[in-house]
Design a protein. Structure first.
Length: 434
């Protein structure tokens, strides 16, 4: 705690993972040798840098950039970039730590990393976002590469930002190295289904988890928090598989539509106009309302898909959901449920899919993008989505089987932590003390 002073979210993530490892160490004590656990908790490299840029009014703005290269035992560092005013080193470290195990669960050759900046894209013009991205990449380009570290998007970083960053990387290095970043547009090396992958993947995971209890998505009432990339494609796949999504949100409040969310309107507001979700009520009318203060989790539902940000679902929220009869929770976001919320769900027997397993479809499809770039190929949407669906089923089964093996059936949290840990720890063990 002294060494990682004030890094609250990082402590939370480490605590959560290490809390699951007692049974593994008891069975395989050598995993505690050679400082392996301590090495796992210390990033291989952390880069913090100045990002100066000029706003539209001609003022110089200074932001802080981060890249935490957490663990490269399984492959080049891989993980997104987050642009949000709340970003600090503790948040990036928690995300990089989680990413290491998530990437291991995909079974693909990727290590863990994460980065970003405290830059707030909200209300900024295209020109300002471009100049910020160019300045950010002017430093970051020294630290990344197809074989070193491959960033992607996250909160506040979508197709537009990835395009500007890839453009600057190409200009600085004079190399068309498509495999250096993922989430690219289709015209310059992107993969079909990457935009949809995290949301679709989370739904596939929950569908398979429900099937273990003979439930399906058909007719279920679903709440999805957020209205960004993960939320939008979670809603889309939920609806395609017969569920009824009745609420979504942004950081100001949430909307409820008892007839089922009209996704075209959400996409128009969030992807095209870049406005607030409250606009939905004006555009849709009918059985809709908007609330600013209350928690979205007070709305009764069968399935909850927290898909906005960390710690957005508290112990109290979990109690409300349980009281209202929730049967399953799928984390689209990273660590959206507080430890109290997770404990409440597990105590109540709610099926609970932790983010590091349920939202791994995004990074898995990023790894498929890297494969396409390496082979200079481009797969169809159907082919890519089929592979994503297979990967999500495999991750689900790995978590479930691992939980069974360690005598805690149905505990996907421990299943994911243990299965991810065993892969990373085994590789680290084989590579020696580095
Ligand atoms: P976006 O920026 O596209 O959307 C984020 C959404 O969450 C927005 O609706 C935003 O509202 C809301 N939000 C952000 N911060 C807060 C906050 N502090 N309180 C309440 N709401 C907030 O990001 P993504 O959809 O890409 O990411 C969402 C989550 O999913 C994150 O936890 C991310 O790490 C995780 N994730 C994303 C992956 C991806 O492929 N994109 C892959 C795996 C995980 P507002 O517009 O008001 O800010």
């Amino acid at each position: 705690k002294k060494r990682n002073y004030n890094e609250t979210e990082f402590h939370q993530a480490v605590h959560e993972v290490l809390g699951s490892l007692g049974r593994v160490i008891a069975k395989n004590p050598h995993y505690a040798d050679n400082g392996l656990i301590q090495r796992l908790c210390e990033p291989e490299r952390q880069i913090i840098f100045r990002v100066p840029w000029v706003d539209d009014a001609g003022n110089v703005q200074i932001n802080r950039g981060f890249r935490v290269q957490f663990n490269s035992a399984l492959g080049p560092y891989k993980g997104g970039l987050r642009f949000h005013p709340s970003v600090n080193v503790g948040i990036i470290k928690f995300l990089g730590f989680e990413q290491t195990f998530k990437n291991a669960l995909t079974g693909m050759p990727i290590g863990g990393g994460k980065g970003g900046s405290d830059f707030n894209p909200r209300g900024r013009s295209d020109g300002e976002v471009m100049r910020f991205c160019q300045s950010f990449m002017s430093e970051l380009h020294r630290h990344i590469g197809e074989y070193t570290d491959v960033p992607a998007g996250d909160i506040g970083v979508g197709g537009r930002e990835i395009g500007y960053m890839f453009g600057q990387y190409k200009r600085l290095t004079n190399r068309y190295e498509a495999g250096v970043i993922t989430g690219k547009g289709l015209l310059y090396g992107g993969s079909r289904a990457r935009t949809e992958a995290t949301g679709y993947g989370a739904v596939y995971f929950v569908e398979r988890m429900l099937a273990t209890k003979k439930h399906s998505l058909e007719g279920k009432r679903v709440i999805v928090s957020g209205s960004g990339n993960v939320a939008i494609y979670t809603i889309q796949k939920m609806q395609a598989l017969g569920a009824k999504v009745i609420a979504c949100s942004d950081s100001n409040g949430f909307i409820v539509d008892d007839d089922g969310i009209d996704l075209d309107i959400v996409k128009e507001i969030k992807e095209k106009r870049r406005e607030r979700i409250s606009q939905y009520v004006k555009l849709k009318g009918g059985n809709t309302y908007y609330k600013e203060v209350e928690s979205i989790w007070s709305v009764p539902c069968d399935i909850a898909m927290p898909s906005a940000t960390q710690n957005e679902l508290t112990g109290k929220d979990a109690e409300m959901l349980i009281k209202n009869g929730v049967i399953a929770v799928g984390e689209g976001a990273n660590m959206p449920s507080t430890p109290e919320a997770v404990a409440n769900f597990q105590k109540a027997g709610v099926l609970f899919a932790p983010g590091k397993a349920a939202n791994a479809g995004g990074v898995a499809t990023s790894a498929l993008e890297m494969q396409q770039n390496a082979s200079r190929d481009s797969w169809t949407f159907e082919e890519t989505e089929k592979r994503l669906a297979e990967i999500m089923c495999t991750i689900h089964d790995l978590c479930a089987e691992t939980a069974d093996e360690y005598g805690i059936p149905g505990d996907y949290v421990a299943g994911a932590n243990i299965a991810g840990f065993v892969r990373v720890a085994s590789a680290m063990d084989a590579l020696g003390i580095i």
